[in-house]
Design a binder for this molecule. Structure first.
Ligand code: B12
Length: 201
């Protein structure tokens, strides 16, 4: 089954069949995640021409369902945690599929991840850092309008004298933008996020 076919199924049935089909023919879970990512980006490219808000919603729902299915296969038991990361999608933004993929990878590579969800304010990020003693804060943004909030969070941390490393990512963020707002690093995908987080620790 084609990934787009599964992602765009309004009856929300094909995505499970898609995952079963892939797993039964020996496809590794991370490859299924790659396919999902590719499919979502494809839908994004056609947004407002071929696909509209309804398709985005259906695709988002189906992608989350697929992640639920493959998540247990991607998780590894890790004995010693190598660092603590607070992660969230910034205020105004509800996109969370990429953040979830990053969260799964970070925790299976040994990080303790405290996921604050979506629409996270600077105060919530700061409280979570204080409560958990996190080493790193990871912020995700998919909208060009919400990525600006990352700069607000960084400034707020400065004003509150919170010493924590900042890692940013998400479709709306570029390495240049990360440098401009003073983030400690930028991660282009989940594998890059793990590599950069290890460097920061
Ligand atoms: C699915 C989807 C939705 C779903 C989201 C469901 C969900 N639960 O997440 C819904 C329907 C809710 C939605 C809503 C909207 N969306 Co939308 N959406 C998408 C779509 C098609 C896929 C997003 C996705 O999951 N991508 C796949 C994931 C795996 O990729 P990713 O998030 O980039 O994550 C990877 C990396 O970036 C990185 N990463 C991500 N986070 C982090 C964090 C850290 C710390 C690090 C290191 C790395 C990292 O690792 C991830 C894994 O590789 C994109 C198109 C696209 N190109 O992405 C549009 C897109 C993001 N949406 C868009 C728009 C405009 C909207 C709406 C404004 C539409 C509307 N009219 O209401 C609303 C905004 C709602 C809001 N306030 O947030 C635009 C944004 C344009 C822009 N640049 O500002 C896009 C690009 C579509 C387009 N081509 O125009 N959307």
């Amino acid at each position: 089954m084609e990934i787009l076919n599964a992602l765009l199924d309004v009856k929300k049935k094909k995505i499970e069949l898609f995952c079963d089909e892939r797993l039964n023919n020996g496809t590794e879970a991370y490859k299924i995640v790659d396919e999902l990512t590719g499919g979502l980006r494809e839908i994004g490219k056609g947004y407002k021409e071929i696909y509209f808000d309804a398709e985005l919603m259906v695709a988002g729902w189906n992608a989350k369902k697929a992640l639920e299915i493959v998540k247990p296969l991607l998780q590894k038991d890790v004995e010693d945690r190598i660092g603590k990361i607070v992660i969230g999608t910034v205020k105004g933004d509800v996109h969370d599929i990429g953040k979830e993929i990053v969260t799964i990878m970070l925790s299976s590579e040994g990080f303790e991840v405290i996921d604050l969800g979506t629409n996270v304010s600077k105060e919530r990020f700061a409280d979570a850092v204080r409560d958990t003693g996190a080493d790193i804060v990871g912020m995700s943004a998919l909208l060009t309008t919400t990525r600006e909030y990352m700069a607000e969070v960084i400034n707020y941390f400065g004003a509150e004298s919170l010493a924590v490393k900042i890692m940013v990512g998400g479709g709306a963020v570029t390495p240049e933008y990360a440098a401009e707002i003073g983030a400690d690093c930028y991660g282009s995908d989940a594998v890059d996020a793990v590599r950069k987080a290890k460097e920061l620790i």
